[in-house]
Ligand binder design. Structure first.
Ligand SMILES: Nc1ncnc2c1ncn2[C@@H]1O[C@H](COP(=O)(O)OP(=O)(O)OP(=O)(O)O)[C@@H](O)[C@H]1O
Ligand SMILES: [Mg+2]
Length: 228
């Protein structure tokens, strides 16, 4: 193990399948953790730099500590983030790379693998599960962009579980609002806080709190004002 901080939690979003929702869920988990009063850093090791670009277009008072970096820079950056008092660092990663997933996973406390519940996606995602097999880092799949009203989610979950893959109980459904929010440098909680999409995103954050030491009670109003 190269480095794993004790005072800071590190969540990595990993899948070799492109477009499964890594960046979307990464930035949403960042906003959820901040809502619950945690200091959050984003490290974007995808050359596309999606999560970093999202942070760049956020309003000045709402920006996260974010950096666009390479995987080799990660150990040093994680050390710095922890020294700065960060509670949660979120690492967004690139698709289509065989070497990044295990290298990033061994630096993380938990790996979230988004996967669309569709045949081609699940087949492609298997490569990620295999690539992560040698790392001991706990991990789970979240079924993302799931269409409403089809049995695809149940079937995908059953097939993955049969293959020994941990799948979070609740999917994130397909919501155009998630894309709208991100396009504006926002999260769904800032764009449509009372929407079903916001509730599902918060549910995902709380599911992650079952694996990572994350705050799940809202800070007192005075503390929230000071943090905003
Ligand atoms: N739950 C969802 N509902 C609707 N659209 C979604 C959802 N999740 C992601 N998307 C959309 O899917 C597209 C790909 O998402 P995103 O960029 O987050 O995936 P990614 O895994 O980071 O992609 P890449 O592998 O290229 O980095 C975006 O247009 C995004 O808005
Ligand atoms: Mg991405």
């Amino acid at each position: 193990m190269l480095y794993r901080g004790d005072g800071m939690e590190t969540l990595a979003l990993i899948s070799q399948k492109g477009g499964c929702g890594k960046s979307t869920l990464a930035v949403h988990m960042a906003v959820c953790a901040a809502m619950y009063g945690q200091r959050v850093a984003i490290i974007d090791v995808d050359p596309q730099g999606s999560a970093f670009a999202w942070n760049e277009i956020r309003e000045p008072g709402r920006k996260f500590d974010a950096i666009h970096a390479t995987v080799t820079e990660l150990p040093g950056l994680l050390r710095k983030a922890e020294a700065a008092g960060t509670g949660l660092t979120i690492i967004d990663t690139a698709p289509h790379t065989n070497k990044d997933p295990p290298a990033v996973a061994q630096l993380a406390d938990f790996v979230l693998i988004p996967a669309r519940p569709a045949f081609f996606d699940l087949k492609a995602m298997a490569a990620t599960v295999i690539a992560l097999h040698m790392t001991k880092t706990p991990r789970a799949v979240v079924l993302n962009a799931a269409p409403h009203g089809y049995r695809l989610v149940d079937e995908a979950r059953a097939n993955l579980q049969k293959a020994g893959v941990t799948v979070l109980p609740e999917p994130i459904h397909q919501y155009a609002a998630l894309g709208h929010a991100v396009t504006g440098g926002l999260s769904i909680h800032e764009f449509a806080p009372d929407s079903p999409a916001a509730a599902e995103i918060e549910g995902l954050y709380k599911a992650l709190a079952g694996y990572l030491d994350l705050r799940t009670t809202l800070p007192k109003p005075a503390a929230r004002r000071a943090a905003s």
